[in-house]
Design a protein around this ligand. Structure first.
Ligand code: HEM
Length: 471
């Protein structure tokens, strides 16, 4: 433990608010800031398409390497962290089709199950008892259980139990704290987590791996014994299992590697994206009331269905504005400058091999794209202004959307779970605000946060009151 603390101490240079530091440095030094021996942070949203393209995408930097997991002494890379284009194409292509919007919409009834369960637990445990609800935790329970339900057809049980059973969420968070800090000094990982003698550091990727192995083997036993209760929809576990017949290289091990991404990428990410929505709406009661009026007017079903809630302009504005003010990923998404080098818009040349990137938390403060008061939560900026032509509005909106969406990455390495996460979040927000009045226990209360690749906002004590139309 002592050795760990000692070795970990260099990471204190990354105290968990690196996004604010990046912003401050850009204010002071301009459009390109050297943030490491061979790393430059850029702040121009127009560069998103250059750095994160679809054709000839720039290679991911080695910041992602510490995310490898060591199994039986071998380093295993994954779709998210690989630097190798061929590896990515080979392993991402077979599953890409399961992640389109139309495909994840088939999973909507499974999200409805999880939402119903959450609403009933929030009602019994908090609204009826007038007890304080730590919304930051409950959003994590929801995001993790929702990801498990669409992946394996069962919840982990966090919502049911109202706690982080087995410390799975905590372990994952510890892993991301390690990853985010060490990703800034990737070579140090070889001496900590990946050293061959005695690994030092948290083990969550390994735990996520073992958890997935267990679920898959239980599932296969159930299928073999005929005991598996089939859901109407194909789950990710079914879809991935089915690929064994289609591709030589797909075996149980590969199915596990794919499913592991659902386990590890689906929970804290979505929880981190939802917390700002609830926080800012609690802090801005006028916006909150406007949203509830829109939701009531839409006469949504319970739980709200995507076809209805995805078209509500003010809901969309409230959600996107929360993503803008507090993007769920707020580290620089690093890429390597390609062989020909790169000249940035102000004429300076960056040589090949330099790590460059844009931080979602930096580009979302760009007043050229977002207008005034970029520090403030103003959903109205996402609506058409008086006198603004349709064409101007659509152009402005698209630019704001593309810039804010950088929290999902972009181009060939964009987040695979983007549609799934959006579906889940819009449904939950529309349903919860139609069902409960949601307030901070004390409206002056401020949350705290830690940036560990995903944003971890915590300390959100809230009061829920069932609304009249609660059914
Ligand atoms: C709001 C929620 C989410 C956010 C903010 C988010 C963010 C991200 C980001 C920033 C990346 C990497 C981009 C880069 O390094 O350039 C990524 C990749 C990925 N995400 Fe998400 N994610 C979210 C939800 C999910 C969910 C729910 C899943 C799956 C269940 C998922 C699965 C993945 C996968 C598989 C990749 C790797 C894609 C590739 O490289 O081809 N994500 N995500």
């Amino acid at each position: 433990k002592l050795v760990w603390e000692l070795l970990f101490s260099p990471l204190r240079a990354f105290p968990g608010d690196v996004d604010r530091k990046h912003l401050a440095w850009h204010h002071k030094w301009g459009s390109a800031v050297r943030v490491g021996p061979n790393a430059i942070s850029l702040n121009d949203p127009d560069l998103i398409k250059t750095l994160y393209g679809t054709k000839n995408p720039w290679r991911k930097s080695d910041m992602y390497r510490p995310n490898d997991v060591v199994v039986n002494g071998a380093r295993i890379q994954n779709i998210f962290n690989t630097q190798d284009k061929k590896f990515h194409a080979k392993y991402a292509r077979p599953i890409g089709g399961f992640w389109t919007l139309s495909k994840v919409l088939e999973l909507e009834p499974l999200f409805d199950e999880t939402i119903r369960l959450l609403v009933s637990r929030l009602n019994d445990g908090f609204a009826e008892k007038r007890a304080v609800c730590m919304m930051d935790n409950w959003l994590a329970y929801f995001a993790w259980d929702a990801a498990a339900n669409v992946s394996f057809g069962r919840h982990y049980g966090f919502i049911e139990e109202g706690e982080d059973i087995g410390g799975i969420i905590n372990e994952s968070t510890a892993g991301l704290k390690y990853f985010s800090a060490i990703s800034q000094i990737p070579w140090l990982d070889n001496w900590l987590d990946k050293n061959p003698w005695y690994r030092i550091g948290p083990r969550p990727l390994v735990n996520g791996f073992l958890y997935t192995v267990r679920i898959l083997s239980e599932y296969q036993q159930q299928v073999a014994s005929g005991a598996v209760k089939r859901k109407k929809q194909d789950l990710f576990i079914d879809n991935y299992n089915g690929l064994k017949e289609k591709y030589d290289f797909v075996d149980d091990q590969q199915v596990i590697y794919w499913l592991m991404l659902n386990v590890l990428a689906g929970g804290d990410s979505t929880a981190g994206a939802m917390r700002p929505i609830f926080y800012h709406l609690a802090k801005n009661r006028d916006k909150y009331e406007k949203l509830v009026r829109e939701l009531d007017g839409a006469e949504l079903s319970f739980p709200a269905q995507w076809k209805d809630c995805s078209k509500l302009p003010y809901l969309d504005a409230c959600v996107r504005e929360a993503f803008r003010v507090n993007p769920a990923v707020a580290l620089m998404l690093e890429r390597e400058v390609p062989a020909e080098g790169f000249t940035i818009p102000d004429g300076r040349f960056i040589p090949a091999g330099t790590k460059v990137g844009l931080n979602p938390a930096v580009v979302t403060r760009d007043s050229g794209v977002f207008g005034e008061y970029v520090e403030k939560y103003v959903p109205e900026r996402w609506l058409q202004k008086e006198g603004e032509s349709d064409v101007d509005f659509v152009t402005r909106l698209r630019r704001m959307q593309e810039t804010t969406d950088l929290m999902f990455g972009a181009g060939s390495r964009v987040c695979m779970g983007k549609h799934l996460a959006r579906l889940e979040m819009y449904k939950l927000v529309a349903t919860l605000y139609s069902t409960f009045d949601v307030k901070l226990e004390d409206p002056r209360h401020e949350w705290t946060y830690c940036n560990a690749w995903f944003m971890y906002h915590s300390d959100m004590p809230m009061i829920l009151t069932a609304r009249e139309n609660f059914s």
